[in-house]
Ligand binder design. Structure first.
Ligand code: NAD
Length: 494
């Protein structure tokens, strides 16, 4: 593969040209690309064809990855922050120069439309830039105790060998959001990407190697069966930390596994984002912003606007305009120039969306747009708008697709109550032209993040994460590096 440092010429490299070069498809352990115990096909979800076959790890490769990450841990923890910072800066530059190649791989294996994939590749690179800047700014403290009998020194040390597990919906950004702070903090890592989208992760690991990351610091495995393999790792005394992004269902299992050795957990789990649109919202802002919040990644985002509550005064006009916007999406293969709504990662995932819509309709939902599963090949589902009652079962689920269920409410109090009626608490969206009213609603939202009059607020410089069953910990911002650091207090007699 492309070991040269790519320049701007890479912006024009097409997928076809790229395919002529061998892609990384192997496991990466102790600085070596190796085969495991078999092969796993990676599919193009827009037509079901096989893009590549990747190596699968057996017990030995998983053990070897722990050996390598453990062997590298001490020296890496002692390395100069500036050294680690410069590796991340180099990785940012490589990722920026290779944006189009990365976007194409994302689009091919995940199915998302190329503009979404380009956006993800850019966002993913920004985590390297942010954590390059954070690596040299770890805070500490030195002060007099209130009783005056000692000095209080507080320092932060790398927590050590970390397992990083990522989902298929953002195969690049969810990896860099963990690799970035782990490198900045001085932790060694074992990355386990989703089986549906390993090629992007392999590309990023190759890029980290080219950026100068020492061997053993970052290892990549793809176990045949994730459950038992990760469980075994979490019971190995050399493993110190687990950073997981994925469903709440799997997160719960992993928290229980981690409990046996009281391993630190960072959990970025599912969402069921609420939207509260007040009757004074400016629809010229609300419609395009909400459309971004709903349709980024074809709705396969933990931040996707999942339950839309609109106040009665503007409901009719809002539903008409939202339906018009949603019906303008063009479904197709992610890499086609006209596509604005790509395929889902698999037929299985697409069918889950179709089943949720069918159940919603059976429970009385009124279909404004879409709502019919397409015939033929490819894991496609159309942009859909449903008007539902407040007890429709679709409101209880993370839809993870291009489906917008709308509920009409009357008073602000009622809207807030309905919005918070979920076990999830990742992000909320509030639309109003009155800042005081918007802030009042924002403060009442039970979620880790709130967007006001804006459809996308994810930013490497901001703390991303949820409350309730959406997770534990924060990624990005000033908090992100602390998921990979542990605090040490030293008291000194003076
Ligand atoms: P998932 O939970 O099915 O899988 C996530 C990862 O965990 C994959 O790599 C998978 O192979 C692995 N895995 C599955 N079972 C495991 C086990 N028993 N032990 C160890 N690893 C296991 O999630 P998904 O379908 O890939 O992704 C979609 C979910 O991720 C959605 O719920 C979405 O909201 C969530 N998500 C959350 C965030 C966030 O930041 N909060 C971001 C992106 C996605």
């Amino acid at each position: 593969m492309h070991h040269s440092t790519s320049g701007p010429a890479n912006f024009t490299v097409s997928w076809a040209q790229r395919m002529l070069e061998p892609m990384r498809t192997q496991l990466y352990i102790n600085g070596q690309w190796i085969d495991g115990i078999g092969k796993l096909p990676v599919y193009d979800p827009s037509d079901g064809s096989v893009i590549a076959e990747v190596s699968i790890a057996g017990d030995k490769q998983c053990d070897d990855a722990i050996d390598a990450a453990d062997a590298a841990a001490k020296e890496w923890a002692k390395s100069a922050p500036r050294f680690r910072s410069e590796i991340l800066r180099k990785a940012f530059e490589l990722m920026t120069a290779e944006n189009e190649a990365i976007a194409t791989i994302i689009s091919r294996e995940n199915g998302k439309a190329l503009p979404d994939a380009r956006g993800e590749a850019t966002y993913a690179a920004e985590f390297f830039r942010w954590f390059a800047e954070e690596a040299v700014r770890t805070p500490g403290d030195f002060r007099k105790s209130p009783s005056g009998d000692k000095r209080i020194l507080v320092t932060h040390e790398p927590i050590g060998l970390s397992i990083l597990i990522t989902p298929w919906n953002f195969p690049a950004a969810m990896a860099t959001r963990k690799i970035g702070p782990a490198v900045a903090a001085g932790c060694t890592m074992i990355l386990k990407p989703a089986g549906e989208t390993p090629l992007t992760a392999m590309y990023i690991v190759d890029l980290m190697e080219r950026a100068g990351l020492p061997k053993g610091v970052l290892n990549l495995i793809l176990p045949e069966k994730s459950g038992p393999a990760i469980s075994k790792m979490l019971h190995d005394p050399r493993v110190k930390n687990l950073s997981f992004t994925g469903s709440t269902e799997v997160g719960r299992v992993l928290i229980k596994e981690a409990a046996d050795r009281v391993i630190r957990c960072s959990m970025e789990l599912g969402g069921n984002a609420q939207v509260v649109i007040h009757d004074d919202a400016d629809l010229a802002v609300t419609i395009p912003q909400l459309s971004l919040a709903k349709m980024r990644n074809g709705g396969a985002a933990c931040t996707s606007a999942n339950r839309i509550f609109v106040q009665r005064g503007i409901a009719k006009e809002f539903i008409a305009q939202m339906s018009k916007t949603m019906s303008s999406f063009v479904m197709g293969r992610g890499t086609d120039a006209t596509t604005t709504l790509g395929a889902y990662v698999s037929i299985k995932e697409r069918n889950k969306i179709a089943d949720l819509v069918d159940q919603a309709i059976a429970a009385g939902a009124k279909v404004e747009v879409g709502g019919v599963k397409p015939e033929g090949v490819g894991a496609f589902y159309p942009a859909t708008v449903l008007v539902v009652e407040k007890d429709n079962p679709i409101l209880l689920h993370e839809i993870f697709g291009p489906v917008a269920p709308i509920v009409i409410f009357d008073t602000d109090e009622e809207g807030i109550k309905l919005a918070n009626n979920t076990e999830f608490g990742l992000i909320s969206y509030v639309f109003s032209s009155d800042l005081t009213r918007a802030l009042r609603t924002a403060e009442a939202m039970e979620s880790g993040m709130v967007a006001i009059n804006k459809g996308i607020i994810s930013d490497p410089a901001a703390p991303f994460g949820g409350v309730k069953q959406s997770g534990l910990g924060r990624e990005g911002g000033f908090d992100g590096i602390h998921e990979f650091l542990q605090t040490k207090y030293i008291g000194v007699e003076i």
